[in-house]
Design a protein around this ligand. Structure first.
Ligand code: BGC
Length: 752
């Protein structure tokens, strides 16, 4: 019998078919009716309490109405140890040891959205165990300067790679019922004067490079909160920047959640209230009593306060508070997360150079491990983002545990590590605002001891690089030279024994001009989390093939990089200083709050010009034909991969590229395939090429796989400054497919 649908059922079905799934941001408004009812029951004082910190890491709810406080935790690469309610000093807990995940640039070196998602799940789960609602991360600013103090926290110099990973990380965290607070919005690319610098940037560069990672995580990933940065952008502090917060974030991207100022980064009541800030962290100087007073005088309306509270409550409603008796009852670090940390570390290690010395050969019976960085724990330091890890396998420990029976491992420190200046009172003579330049010579005794071991060994593994006193929040490096006499040491080591493998332990790039000729193999080993030493040993001994790729360019020398070449950094007039560093200067400490504020305001106003525009990282090196030491996307394997049979087409609003990838080696290995676009006969200005798609592919020994990469037209658009909108330039595209930005294997062309 034929079934006939009733007209009313038909109508229901039609309505269902026409209902658009709400966007991730729209989903945040699901509880607005209930939220409005609650707001109607709140006093003005209760509402204003929600607009500023309650403790150093929380903001208030309304107990009377059953609204829990919001608990925050740093991020971005592990849940930070519990601090005192009024500051960052340790609370002395015992169950708050968390998993130390590889830091940002290491995660980015995996080029894996799948791993970034898993990483996010690990962070999100551990946050819940600690009773936290919001993670202060991911940190997704573009790595503009090789010297940048927070390069290690950030992901990449490329917006497409950063955006893909920022999105996956965000989804991973939020799928666990924890909110992200993506930071630092926006253009916080230097630590020098970060609390006062005014970034002068054109709209196209802002949109195409610096905002991209935020845009994807917010629009597609539904990031629930956003941390405005310390700096100014085009004249206004980020925490009161109408263009960034109201026009772009809320207006264009449809953001429905809350903004939380960086700690100490709120600057005024009217600015913050009118131009997009929800929560002042920390203190209540601006978004406490002054808000109530401003309403009394009519300068602000209570409707505006309601709007801000609604945005905060959307996050509170979306995230279930963890009941007190369910939080902190087990150790924060969980085996599941430790496994994720290991997997990320394994896939992040970048083999920069290998003259057939790795993996370590069976005839190597005596290994001399040289360098303090082999033993140094990297979980904490660098100011805000440290982790109290449950455990951390150092590189030396990893090597000793993995070395086959009969292989002797010896160790010598080789150099003194730079003790640096920690966040705290300034050393007597040194200007605390000075960037960190390390020109300490090699220590003759340590050098001699190291040489003795090297002479007797079959293989020297030299651990070079920086540490978290050198690369740190709050200051930038003065240069990217290898510190502590490491250059002298590697020359001497190579003379004593030419079988040198160097492992660079750092978060950002270093100058390798002296090291490179003295080291037949070089690895970028990162600050690689709780299992970093295990992963490194697996790569060194050939249990797995290295598969990380550089997420940023290693310049030959610092002066080659765009902001330096253009004379934009360092800013010759850039006095002032980092907010925190300044606050700890003895004379500033002695001031009253009002005097301190007046002092800060009286400092010269530093400016950072971004006249290199969108020529950031490899976009600059390629276009200007400046040869880097190691290019963006570079990373070798123990096998070779063949790229064959490229086919490119346009279907719908996408460019599609298929090709065959063959693992020609005798071990399983991953390759990260990269697709760049070059514009042919364009009338718009473009860099020589730009990354537009990538994929990590795992292949067994000898396996061949057909791989498909797609580029949505949206990712090919440029920001048209004349019309103030995104435009697609039609015409011919050259598609460059390869293993690195300087290792293009196949090309094809399409017309769009
Ligand atoms: C950093 C933020 C961090 C905050 C709280 C600030 O100094 O810039 O990234 O989340 O402190 O620790």
């Amino acid at each position: 019998m034929k079934r006939i649908l009733s007209p009313s059922l038909l109508l229901v079905l039609l309505a269902l078919a026409c209902t658009k799934t709400p966007s991730p941001q729209e989903q945040l408004t699901a509880n607005d009716a209930e939220i409005n009812d609650i707001i109607a029951q709140m006093t003005l004082e209760e509402k204003v309490e929600m607009l500023h910190s309650k403790t150093n890491m929380s903001s208030a709810g309304v107990e009377r109405l059953g609204i829990a406080d919001i608990h925050y935790a740093d991020g971005p690469f592990g849940i930070r140890e519990e601090g005192q309610p009024n500051g960052f000093m340790s609370a002395g807990w015992t169950l708050d040891s968390a998993t130390y995940f590889p830091t940002g640039s290491a995660l980015a070196a995996t080029w894996s959205e799948e791993l970034a998602y898993k990483y996010g799940t690990g962070m999100g789960k551990e946050a819940r165990l600690r009773g936290k609602d919001v993670i202060l991360g991911p940190a997704v600013n573009i790595q503009r300067l090789p010297v940048g103090g927070r390069t290690y926290e950030y992901l990449s110099e490329d917006p497409i790679l950063s955006a893909a990973l920022a999105l996956a990380y965000t989804e991973g965290v939020q799928d666990q019922g924890t909110a992200v607070c993506i930071k630092h919005f926006a253009v916080n690319n230097q630590e020098t004067n970060r609390g006062s610098v005014d970034v002068k940037i054109d709209e196209r560069t802002l949109r195409e490079i610096y905002l991209k990672p935020f845009e994807r995580a917010i629009v597609e990933g539904g990031a629930m909160s956003v941390m405005p940065a310390y700096n100014k952008v085009n004249g206004d502090y980020c925490s009161e920047n109408e263009h960034l917060l109201n026009e772009i974030l809320r207006g264009e991207w449809g953001f429905k959640g809350m903004t939380v100022s960086d700690w100490g980064g709120t600057h005024s009541t009217m600015g913050a209230m009118l131009h997009g800030l929800n929560v002042q962290m920390t203190g209540s100087t601006y978004l406490g009593q002054p808000v109530i007073d401003s309403i009394a005088t009519g300068a602000l309306t209570e409707d505006l306060v309601d709007e801000k509270v609604r945005q905060i409550l959307r996050v509170r409603y979306a995230i279930d508070p963890v009941p007190d008796d369910e939080a902190n009852i087990v150790m924060t670090s969980q085996p599941e997360s430790q496994k994720i940390a290991l997997e990320v570390a394994e896939k992040s290690i970048v083999l920069l150079k290998n003259e057939d010395i790795l993996p370590i050969k069976p005839n190597v019976k005596r290994i001399a491990v040289i360098g303090q960085n082999a033993k140094l724990k990297t979980q904490s330091g660098g100011m805000g983002a440290g982790v109290k890890a449950l455990y951390e396998i150092t590189p030396l420990q990893g090597i000793i545990e993995r070395a086959p029976i009969g292989v002797q491992v010896t160790y010598a420190p080789g150099y003194k590590n730079f003790p640096g200046r920690r966040w705290g009172p300034a050393p007597a003579k040194k200007d605390p605002l000075e960037a960190t330049a390390i020109d300490e010579p090699a220590d003759p005794k340590l050098l001699a001891d190291a040489l003795k071991l090297a002479e007797k060994a079959d293989l020297v593994i030299f651990f070079a690089g920086t540490n978290k006193n050198i690369e740190t929040e709050g200051s930038d490096r003065k240069d990217i030279k290898l510190p502590c006499g490491q250059e002298t040491l590697v020359e001497a080591l190579y003379d004593a024994n030419p079988n040198v493998v160097t492992v660079l332990i750092s978060g950002g790039p270093t100058d390798l001009q002296v090291l490179e000729p003295n080291s037949p193999a070089i690895i970028q080993g990162w600050w690689n989390g709780t299992e970093g030493g295990t992963a490194l040993a697996e790569v060194l001994f050939g249990d797995i093939a290295p598969s990380g790729k550089l997420p940023f360019t290693f310049p030959m020398k610092l002066e080659d990089s765009p902001a330096y070449a253009m004379g934009n950094f360092p800013d010759p007039n850039g006095a002032g200083g980092d907010l925190f560093t300044l606050m700890f200067r003895p004379d500033v400490l002695a001031m009253s709050p009002a005097e301190r504020q007046a002092f800060i305001e009286s400092l010269p106003k530093p400016v950072s010009e971004y006249t290199e525009r969108f020529y950031v990282g490899y976009r600059w090196f390629d276009t200007k034909e400046v040869k880097p030491m190691y290019a963006f996307g570079h990373g070798l394997s123990y096998v070779t991969f063949a790229y064959k049979n490229i086919k490119a087409s346009v279907s719908g609003k996408k460019v599609k590229v298929t090709f065959d990838l063959v693992n020609e080696g005798d071990m399983d290995a991953d390759e990260v395939v990269q697709l760049y676009v070059h514009r042919v006969n364009s009338s718009v200005e473009w860099p020589a090429k730009e990354l537009k798609a990538f994929q990590r592919v795992s292949l067994e020994a000898g396996e061949c796989e057909q791989v498909t990469l797609t580029i949505p037209f949206d990712d090919l658009r440029y920001w048209n400054e004349q019309t103030g909108s995104w435009d697609l330039e039609r015409g011919k595209l050259q598609l460059l497919l390869g293993s690195a930005s300087d290792d293009i294997r196949l090309t094809a062309e399409v017309n769009i």
